[in-house]
Design a protein. Sequence first.
Length: 158
Amino acid sequence: MINTLKNHSFLFLMLLAGVLFSCNHNIFYHKTVILPNETWNMDSALVYEFTVTDSLQFYNFYIDVRNTTNYPYQNLYLFFTTQLPDSTRFTDTLNCILSDAYGRWTGKGYGRIKENRFVFKPKVRFQQKGNYIFTVQQAMRETDLKGITDFGITMQYE
């Protein structure tokens, strides 16, 4: 009886370890920045840097936003600058919808923190090998944008 219980416990732990470690096996890059005092200053650029070694691989590119229920707007505008390995730069303006027209938060979570994941670019391929730098700034025309707690990017292998 004791050996059977030990065997079941061992199998359960192995299964749990397999589930935990397999959930993130397809993540190429992930970084989240915690914003001090749940405030994003318009001059605070968040920087994400990584190296691409395989120019044939496809990735799904996500933006992760955590906001409080005190966030005063329906959306979050961003300036998203990409610097390629050859130093070419380009900027996108993004609009992330955080609540619907009735003020209901679109993110997941209970309590005052809501988490959103937005597909930025599905099935993207980095055609140059080398170092990429993403710089993100809030573009809400407020010096200190209150109510954003974290901002991150995640890239998963396709």
